[in-house]
Design a protein around this ligand. Structure first.
Ligand code: GRG
Length: 297
């Protein structure tokens, strides 16, 4: 089987898991649940649950306890996109090739859908305690999920990002790295660390995974910045040029396209080496990481 087919199989497998864990659209809260499910099922690369499961497999994990965490991280990621698209933030009309949640359901319902997804993510992850597996590892995984999504992770990064918008070209490399490390890498770190934790990796291995995931996240974000300049709206499923529109300093504006591409390749290669040097193999994971550098959407 080739990489593209394997990737497609994994996306389908993740979407089956998501369907299983998403709430039923019923009751007086039906509207918010519809908006939540619309947002999660809008498509997307499913990168975070994929990285989580592949890291779990890398360290020999075989159970189903990973599945509620896979659904949970995609719910948290989706909530962040729903809120990021709101008029008070980026005010975007399209995402994943479809109208954004606030355009379809109204602003109030989009805020609630984001809140609902964030909370439901933890309700979902907690279901892993009803399954086989080590309860202490699950508690550790929950701790990582909560922290990396919060003020010391993604929300912290989004805060620094919003403040950077008012600074124009005065944003420093240090400020930009804080944004990328927290807004983008933190959730990727959570995904891969949780995979490692649930598979029983030791503390040193978890720390190595965190380092590799940090680099993957930065490389992923640099490609996001590059695509905003070089891609098309059809390919991306969202408007291009939004960084320039919002006067954002990005890796590309700071370093230029060539240097950004070079650094991104180096980061990704280093991440692959870090994982290889741990002595475990997962060819699909390696190819997935490498493919992120050349992704077109
Ligand atoms: C609102 C708390 C809060 C956080 C928002 C994720 C985020 C933080 C903002 C979205 C904008 C952005 C460019 C974030 C950087 C991370 C990133 C590239 C997200 C898009 O992730 P993909 O490409 O999206 O994995 P799909 O649609 O494929 O799931």
């Amino acid at each position: 089987m080739n990489f593209k087919e394997e990737l497609q199989n994994r996306v389908e497998h993740i979407e089956t898991i998501l369907q299983e864990y998403l709430p039923n659209e019923e009751g007086w809260q039906k509207s918010v649940i519809e908006a939540m499910n619309y947002s999660v099922l809008a498509g997307g690369k499913r990168l975070r649950p994929m990285l989580m499961e592949e890291t779990y497999r890398l360290f020999g994990g075989q159970g189903k306890e990973i599945e509620p965490f896979m659904a949970a991280i995609e719910m948290i990621h989706t909530y962040s996109l729903v809120h990021d698209d709101l008029p008070a933030m980026d005010n975007d009309e399209y995402r994943r090739g479809r109208k954004t949640t606030h355009v379809v359901y109204g602003e109030a319902m989009a805020i609630l859908a984001g809140d609902g997804l964030l909370n439901y993510a933890f309700e979902t992850a907690l279901k892993s305690f009803e399954m086989d597996g080590n309860a202490q590892s699950k508690a550790q995984a929950l701790t990582v999920l909560a922290r990396k999504a919060g003020i010391y992770g993604m929300i912290g990064g989004q805060t620094a990002d919003i403040e950077a918008e008012n600074l124009g070209d005065k944003v420093t490399q240090e400020h930009l790295m804080f944004i990328h490390a927290h807004k983008t890498s933190a959730l990727i770190e959570a995904a891969m660390m949780i995979g490692a934790i649930l598979a029983g990796a030791d503390d040193r291995q978890i720390a190595e995974v965190e380092k590799a995931a940090y680099e993957i996240g930065i490389a992923f974000q640099i490609q996001d910045d590059i695509l905003d300049v070089t891609s098309t709206a059809e390919e991306l499923g969202k408007p291009i040029g939004s960084d320039a529109k919002n006067h954002k300093t990005t890796y590309v504006t700071l370093k230029g396209l060539d240097e950004a591409q070079k650094e991104q390749r180096e980061l990704s290669e280093h991440a692959v080496d870090t994982i290889r040097n741990m002595g475990y193999t997962n060819d699909f994971l390696m190819e997935l990481i490498t493919s992120l550098v050349t992704r077109q959407k």
